[in-house]
Design a protein around this ligand. Structure first.
Ligand SMILES: Nc1nc2c(ncn2[C@@H]2O[C@H](COP(=O)(O)OP(=O)(O)OP(=O)(O)O)[C@@H](O)[C@H]2O)c(=O)[nH]1
Ligand SMILES: [Mg+2]
Length: 271
């Protein structure tokens, strides 16, 4: 089974983002810290190339912090910076405002020299469900954008003022037309960026998740499921039955992925 999800609203959103990028000063690139490299959208690479970018390692609270700290170092360049973030924690976005202002220093200095007031425009982009709208609400200090724990909640772009002369644009989560790298596609599914309903073999994928993580995060898995890390054993141990002698593997699989997504396996980073 090939994993691919690129509905019409995403195609439209990519076009809208492309249009907006010409008028923005800073990109707030929201990465999911549980798979930050897989959260980079190759169809946006050309468009973001010469822009000031603040990479937001969001859902840092659910990740392997040591691993993420190491990966993040490569994201600081002359034109880009990064920050670790838990967007659900109130007030945590203060540092983002100050980084937006430092990345826009040239524009601010020019405006100051002319004696005019500059408006800094920042656009929030990232894969579905990475926490873009939650971050925007955190920056606003108010629940202005709709959020939800499933991919594809935001369907259109929306500009909001967050004070300090900064405006931010929330955008729909975007993937790309062809998820050729299925290793990346699987990781995006595990972190909840791909609609669950399009996945037909959850059992196979949940076993893949265990196999992908068991080397580095063996202790995390064993402390929740025991030594035998197969979906069948997990279904048996939990008493998930379809009938008297058939185990409900799908239920056990969904439970494993839900454990990961809710952070019940501890901090894990798949990249
Ligand atoms: N633990 C944790 N959860 C977060 C964080 N940021 C967002 N969430 C949760 O992630 C889920 C998705 O958040 P949204 O803000 O709707 O994500 P989005 O990127 O706007 O999603 P789309 O609009 O579908 O692309 C919600 O359940 C949030 O509460 C974070 O930093 N840590
Ligand atoms: Mg959203």
């Amino acid at each position: 089974m090939k994993i691919n999800w690129f509905p019409g609203h995403m195609k439209k959103a990519l076009r809208e983002i492309e249009g907006q990028l010409k008028n923005v000063d800073v990109i707030l690139y929201v990465l999911d810290s549980r798979a930050p490299l897989s959260s980079i959208n190759p169809s946006l690479n050309k468009l973001t190339k010469d822009k000031a970018i603040l990479y937001i390692f969001n859902k840092y609270d659910l990740s392997d912090k040591e691993r993420v700290s190491r990966l993040a170092k490569d994201f600081k360049t002359q034109n880009s910076d990064y920050v670790f973030m838990n967007s659900t924690s109130s007030g945590a976005s203060k540092v983002i405002k100050s980084k937006i202002l430092s990345l826009s220093k040239e524009k601010l200095d020019k405006a100051k020299a002319k004696g005019v007031r500059a408006i800094i425009r920042a656009i929030v982009i990232g894969v579905p469900n990475s926490g873009k709208s939650t971050l925007v609400n955190n920056l606003c200090g108010k629940a202005k954008a709709v959020v939800g724990n499933r991919p594809g909640v935001t369907k259109t772009t929306k500009w909001l003022s967050i004070g300090d002369n900064i405006e931010v644009c929330d955008t729909p989560g975007t993937l790309y037309p062809n998820l050729e790298n299925q290793d990346t596609a699987k990781k995006l599914y595990f972190i909840g960026s791909i609609k669950d309903e399009i996945i037909s073999d959850v059992t196979l994928l949940a076993q893949d998740f265990i196999d992908m993580t068991k080397e580095k995060y063996y202790k995390n898995l064993v402390s929740r499921y025991g030594e035998d890390l197969t979906i069948e054993t997990i279904a048996k141990k939990r008493g998930y039955l379809l009938s008297k002698d058939e185990y409900d593997l799908e239920r056990a699989s969904s439970a494993v992925l839900d454990d990961f997504r809710k952070g019940r396996l501890g901090g894990i980073t798949l990249d």
